[in-house]
Write a protein that binds this ligand. Structure first.
Ligand code: PGA
Length: 241
């Protein structure tokens, strides 16, 4: 695990965007694993800026997002389908047909998850997987548990995640209670993993991810076993390390 210190959120975002940009320049048909949440927005906006300046070309890139709320249509403003279009895909020259997010609108969890596993496997798994980290150490929506998950599956969100995500909804009751998420094993298949973290609320999780025991009670801790994992975090997120 390589830990890169960033001064603040903007510095973290630029450093992460630089790494993603280098990946796409080196391999124009890269398979990127992407994440939602507040943390990656700055990196996406930086990449959009470089795209507009002609520095980066996404025409051959394909993307696979980590997760999606169960029960939301693709057009729901709270869905991760919508988030990705609004914050990234609508502003770059990616072929929309090459962008993938688990199908939260399919109520048949088993079918939605196994189909997603098939398409991620058929793509050969991401060259680079971007990850945020939850305050409780979750990656994707793989919540603390007594075992590490494997493929895409349906999860019940923990109270702490519902609480953390409620800031993006009008009322806490509106936060979906379930999600489809790539499993930890699938995440570990990525050839490179880039974790980004910002702010004091992430400090304990970043400490446990990098320096705690490898345990499913902090799902991100398994990244210590990945051979090519880079963490870019700002001063507040690194405060306990
Ligand atoms: P955040 O979420 O970027 O909104 O903090 C990260 C995560 O839960 O993985």
């Amino acid at each position: 695990m390589k830990v890169i210190h960033a001064k603040d959120y903007n510095d973290m975002s630029r450093k992460a965007a630089n790494i993603i940009s280098a990946q796409v320049i080196l391999k124009p048909n890269s398979v990127l694993g992407l994440a939602t949440g507040t943390t990656p927005i700055g990196a996406y906006h930086q990449l959009i800026d470089w795209f507009k300046k002609g520095d980066i070309d996404f025409s051959q890139v394909s993307t696979y997002n980590l997760d999606e709320y169960r029960g939301l249509s693709h057009d729901d403003p709270q869905s991760y389908h919508h988030f990705m279009r609004e914050n990234f895909f609508d502003h770059i020259n990616i072929n929309v047909a090459n962008t993938h997010v688990p199908d939260g609108s399919n109520p048949n969890a088993e079918e939605a998850c196994s189909e997603y596993d098939k398409i991620v496997a058929a793509a050969g798994y991401p060259d680079l997987q971007l990850l945020g980290i939850g305050n409780n150490g979750h990656i994707g929506f793989n919540e603390p548990d007594d075992h590490f998950s494997k493929g895409t599956h349906c999860v019940n969100l923990t109270e702490s995640t519902i609480q953390a995500n409620s800031r993006l909804f009008d009322r806490i009751e509106d936060v979906p209670r379930q999600a489809y998420t790539m499993g930890v094993q699938t995440i570990m298949y990525a050839r490179m993993i880039l974790v980004i973290a910002s702010g004091a609320a992430k400090a304990q999780a970043v400490h446990d991810m990098c320096a705690g025991p490898v345990t499913p009670s902090c799902p991100a801790s398994i990244l210590q076993l990945h051979t090519n994992c880079v963490v870019v975090a700002d001063e507040e997120a690194l405060a306990l390390l």
